[in-house]
Design a protein. Sequence first.
Length: 384
Amino acid sequence: MSTPDLAAMTRDLAAMVRIPSVNPYDAAPGPGRREAEIAAWLLTAMADIGLETGREEVAPGRPNVWGRLRGAGGGPTLMLAGHTDTVGVENCDDAPFEARVEDGRLHGRGAVDMKGPLAAMLETARLAKGEALAGDLLLMFVVDEEHLMTGSLFAGGRRSAAPKADSCVVCEPTRLAAAPAHKGQSAFPITIEGVGAHSSRPELGENALVSAATLIRAIADYDAALLARPPHPLLGHGRATPVLMTGGESHSAVPAQAVLTVDRRTLPAEDAATLRAEIEAVIAGAGVKARVGAPAPEVAGLDTPEEAAILRAALAAAARVGAPAAPVAFPGGTDAPNFGCPAVICGPGDLAQAHAADEYIELAQLSAAARLYLEIARIMLKGR
């Protein structure tokens, strides 16, 4: 079996961690928010490997980049996908971009989520050059996973000229377990209407915050009802959780309006119209005057069937290389549903370290990931 070069992966990972690529969210890219700079680094790295490369602007200063290793022909295209952005560093320990190596771990923002997986993707392409593959191996690096997922939505859409894949591994950290499913997310803003008055005479008004409290209790009952429904075999139940609330303008005024955001974690079979109808029914049942806004964010769920070739390949490859060989659910949302092909989530590192004050990845996981990805490529790209 081809041997991954851990020293090369460690160098690649350190170089990427030292390029701050915090998601700019709704602001323009700027210092410390350099998705374009890490994209340029990746283009150079892929060209050095010998891949065909491409770059597409999703938004100004926010490019997706990709590289393709062509096979001999007659086989499908397998995509390994990851994102170049990270969350912020406000909660971080000192020197989050130093890329410190200690006790077999590399520390720094993005080490596990998900520049470590990106390093394993690059190493897989290096190793795959020595393989007799019929199909193409595609590496896809997208922007904006940590916010609105515009990068993967663009890559999977009609406007993108990037190559399309027949199947995909999204390389988010799972400790190398194959995750064919995750819940979706719809965060509904609910505007609650009241009647303003001076707080010395509250009986003259209708307190929107009090109405919001009534609605919060109704949402808790709705969540309990969701838990009573039949569960998904991997994902369990949908959930409804109040997560944000704003309201009021003065300590001397009865609030005339409040906004409550309800985070609805969805099962793949649940559709948008039904979700909205259920939220509106909860509001009506609570007797609250409110209107439901468009959900933001709105993340699709993933439910790759057990007979899908990519899931079978991931589990077979895991058994061969000693990785976990049973499917699991991924806890959060990912880019996987947006690429338009059957997908599994499988990557090095522990998701518990993502977004942490002292984020790190165990370097041994990088070697294991490269071996696993290469084995998946051998299975998937051997030719039809």
